[in-house]
Design a protein around this ligand. Structure first.
Ligand code: ACO
Length: 138
């Protein structure tokens, strides 16, 4: 048994596997709209969604949240080839995200992200552009 992490990176063999995976999702998750499955499995939009972000209560405001985000930026850029993060930030976490370089203005073109992340009422959509060269970790 072998597990592989795959993305739509232009390699023919990977494309064939992704189509197979897309077909499994479509069959096994019949309530999911087919176009949504295709979009999420096949498209590489080059942004990452930060769905959850938290530090355990007695370790907050000690710099760990910043280090975690820096690590994530470095990994996302160097391993996954991502250019941006998007997040629906809770109102009380907006200050933290601003300090991590996120903005409330979304500069990414809408067709790159709309429909790829679930719309969510309880937060503020924020964007962070990952610097292509900056060393985020030492
Ligand atoms: N509001 C405003 N500023 C904040 C907040 C906040 N809630 N939290 C941290 N900051 C500031 C700090 O004061 C610090 O500023 P400085 O660089 O000027 O000193 C900077 O942000 C970095 O702080 P860290 O110590 O690195 O942050 P921390 O380790 O506390 O992690 C986090 C931040 C993840 C928000 C943490 O406080 C937490 O888990 N909070 C509760 C859960 C939460 O709100 N998570 C985000 C929900 S949104 C989502 O998940 C997509």
């Amino acid at each position: 048994l072998k597990f592989l992490c795959l993305s739509n990176d232009g390699i023919d063999e990977h494309m064939v596997w992704l189509i197979g995976l897309k077909n499994i999702f479509a069959r096994q998750l019949p309530n999911m709209p087919k176009e949504y499955i295709v979009r999420l499995v096949m498209d590489s939009q080059k942004f990452g969604e930060i769905a959850f972000c938290a530090i355990t209560a007695d370790e907050q405001v000690k710099g760990y949240g910043t280090r975690l985000m820096n690590h994530l930026k470095q990994y996302a850029r160097d391993i996954d080839g991502l250019t941006h993060f998007l997040t629906y930030a809770d109102n009380n976490a907006v200050g933290y995200f601003i300090k991590q370089g996120f903005t409330k203005e979304i500069y990414l073109e809408k067709d790159r992200w709309q429909g790829y992340i679930k719309d969510y009422d309880g937060g503020i959509l924020m964007e962070c552009k990952i610097d292509p060269k900056l060393p985020y970790t030492d």
